[in-house]
Each structure stands twice: as structure tokens, then as C-alpha cells.
Design a protein around this ligand. Structure first.
Ligand code: TMP
Length: 215
């Protein structure tokens, strides 16, 4: 199994738009660093030069006619590069990888949002990742209308952010289904609370994984 080949832990952070991913990822990174963990923070789509260029294509309005399969395959193309160049080497060296979105986002957005059957996504997941899966996934969960109102304050919407509320409702539901299927790695955080309360919830789940690690 993958875990036996590596020492680092792989933590992913997920959620729909406006759930507060950025500030909470910074909080997670700082908490782990204070516990003496060597953390590599990265993101998807992106994390490598190739991946960041693919990200630009994926988010660009000029590609409003992108087919759903092209979108799915570009996500996994960026992911393949990211795993080979960044994630696997870091985990093998014993570093912890903190990733802003990973394959759960594909099940949520391309599966739930765009309607691609889960089995197609699972085929690519096995192909590109082999047995690599996150050790822990922090899902920042929030009613969609609150998240969209927060995201609207951030300015220009990208190709995903311009989708309608119903799309994001489907994305949120797909995340919750993923969480039900793999409860051992999912930690659902109520992101409708104040930032302080959200961080208390996150600190509690990090404490558990740090204790397991003996850190
Ligand atoms: P964000 O990281 O700033 O939220 O932007 C990335 C966008 O890409 C976000 O709208 C979600 C979307 N996305 C997918 O649709 N599928 C994926 O697999 C990933 C990683 C992201």
C-alpha cells in the first residue's frame, strides 16, 4: 500500500466557493509547522508550472465552450504532473503535503456539477493515482447561498464561479456523498460559524492526526 512506502501525510482541503479555504489553509499550515511538521502547501489544479498553465486554461472564460470530458481530462493531466513532480517526492521524503483541492473536487465538480458518472472518474483516479489517496480530507461545508455571497465580494468570477446556484448545490451534495462513502478520512467542518470557531474545529481534527503521528 502507498502509505507503507512513505512517511509523510497527505491532507487535502475541499469545499464549494466562498467557504474560507485560503485563510483556513494558512491556519492548518501554521498549526502543523508549530508542531514541528515539515509542510509542503500546494494546490489543484496547479502546483507545477505545467499544472498552473492548465489551471489558467480551465478557469479562462475564453474556453466557455470546453467539453466536460476535456475539462475532466485536463484536471487529471495537471494532477498526474503534480503527483509525479511534487506530491510523491515530498511524501517519500517524509514531508506532509497540504493540498488545496484534490480528486474529491473532481467527483464534486465534474461528477456532481457536470454530471460525469463516478465510474469514469474512478477509472482515471486509479490510472493516475494508483493507490495514492489523501490521509485526511477537511471539508469546509457551508450553505451555497452564503458561500456565493462571500465569493461575490472577491471580484471577477472565473469560468467555474460564474455557474448558477443549482450547480453549486450539486457540487456540495456530491462532496457530502463522498464524505459518507469514506468517513474514515473525511472531517466535515461547519464553515458557517465565525472564523475563530471554524479554526477551533480544525485544530481539534489536526490534534488527532498529530497524536496518531506521535508529533
Ligand atoms: P479554486 O482553487 O480557486 O477554488 O479554483 C479552482 C476551481 O477549479 C474551483 O472552481 C473548483 C475547480 N476544480 C474542479 O472543477 N475540479 C477539480 O478536480 C479541481 C481540483 C478543481
Amino acid at each position: 500500500m502507498y502509505k507503507e512506502r512513505s512517511h509523510g501525510r497527505f491532507i487535502t482541503v475541499e469545499g464549494t466557493e466562498g467557504v474560507g479555504k485560503s485563510s483556513n489553509i494558512t491556519f492548518i499550515q501554521e498549526t502543523l509547522q508549530k508542531a514541528g511538521i515539515d509542510v509542503v502547501a500546494t494546490r489543484e489544479p496547479g502546483g507545477t508550472q505545467l499544472g498552473e498553465e492548465v489551471r489558467e486554461m480551465l478557469l479562462d472564460h475564453r474556453h466557455s465552450g470546453m467539453s466536460v470530458d476535456a475539462e475532466l481530462l485536463l484536471m487529471f493531466a495537471a494532477r498526474a504532473q503534480h503527483i509525479e513532480q511534487v506530491i510523491q517526492p515530498a511524501l517519500k521524503q517524509g514531508q506532509w503535503v497540504l493540498c488545496d483541492r484534490f480528486t474529491d473536487a473532481t467527483y464534486a465538480y465534474q461528477g456532481g456539477g457536470r454530471g460525469i458518472p463516478n465510474e469514469r472518474i474512478a477509472t482515471l483516479e486509479r490510472w493516475v493515482q494508483d493507490t495514492l489517496r489523501p490521509d485526511m480530507t477537511v471539508l469546509l461545508d457551508l450553505p451555497v447561498e452564503i458561500g456565493l455571497a462571500r465569493a461575490a465580494e472577491r471580484g471577477v468570477a472565473d469560468r467555474f464561479e460564474k455557474e448558477q446556484q443549482t450547480f453549486f448545490e450539486q457540487v456540495r451534495q456530491a462532496y457530502l456523498v463522498q464524505a459518507q462513502k469514506t468517513p474514515e478520512r473525511y472531517r466535515i467542518i461547519d464553515a458557517s460559524r465565525t472564523l475563530d470557531e471554524v479554526q477551533q474545529q480544525i485544530a481539534a481534527v489536526l490534534q488527532l492526526i498529530l497524536e496518531e503521528q506521535g508529533a
